[in-house]
Design a protein around this ligand. Structure first.
Ligand SMILES: [Zn+2]
Length: 236
């Protein structure tokens, strides 16, 4: 009887974190989320970033480019200024530190120098976890970002745990079958607030067309209202 009472108590009061199977998220101290464009980190896993930040983890939001090609009618310089400003506000809302790398939106490169640049970022920041794009994606910049991070993971001697996540699944992320989930029900409002800072990208439309459905679908997969989903890069 006593045992049954304890089981009922545990079932009733178990945290959403445990219900979503988030043990894998514990024990990290510094997390880099590396996205190709301003708004990618926020849309991919903003809810998780906020959750980590609120639990005392240092979270760094890395933008591979500054979204130079992302505003019709604006020059690269104008778009860079607008999108960096949007990113700064978004990061402030999430309580994370922004880092802008030097690649150019729509023209990202994979070569020896760019591999070295990503490795230098990793060696400078020394994260124990990195989250980036799932590598099969219709957008070249997203694919390139994932490959650069994967290479830095190898070159650093697997110095951090590497996770992939999705952005606009169907239109951009393809063939993504997650194995890990984070319940973002409690942090979703703040995630949306941060994502909507990227107003130049039609983010309100994207929420209605993509993110609502994605986050509810991932939530159904882990018995949460809203969730974000991940795959870990394995090597052993
Ligand atoms: Zn993007």
């Amino acid at each position: 009887m006593k045992k049954m009472f304890i089981i009922v108590l545990v079932t009733l009061f178990v945290s959403p974190c445990v219900r979503a199977g988030e043990k894998w998220l514990e024990g990290y101290h510094k997390v880099l989320v590396i996205g190709a464009h301003p708004d990618d980190p926020e849309s991919m896993c903003g809810g998780t970033m906020i959750k980590l930040q609120q639990s005392g983890v240092e979270v760094v939001c890395v933008y591979l480019t500054s979204g130079e090609a992302g505003i019709p009618g604006k020059t690269h310089a104008q778009a860079r200024e607008i999108r960096r400003a949007e990113s700064l506000v978004a990061c402030d809302i999430m309580g994370v530190r922004p880092v802008f790398m030097t690649q150019v939106d729509g023209n990202t490169e994979i070569n020896k120098d760019r591999y070295a640049e990503m490795l230098t970022l990793i060696q400078t920041e020394q994260p124990d976890m990195v989250i980036t794009h799932w590598p099969i994606d219709s957008h070249r910049d997203h694919r390139n970002c994932a490959i650069l991070v994967y290479d830095a993971w190898r070159q650093s001697g697997h110095s951090f745990d590497l996770y992939y996540t999705e952005v606009m699944t169907g239109l951009q992320t393809q063939n993504f079958t997650p194995t890990l989930w984070v319940d973002i029900t409690a942090t979703r409002a703040k995630k949306l607030q941060a994502y909507l800072c990227h107003d130049s990208q039609g983010t309100a439309d994207n929420v209605a067309k993509f993110h609502d459905a994605m986050e509810m679908m991932r939530g159904m997969e882990c018995q949460a209202t809203y969730a974000e989903a991940f795959v870990q890069q394995l090597w052993k």
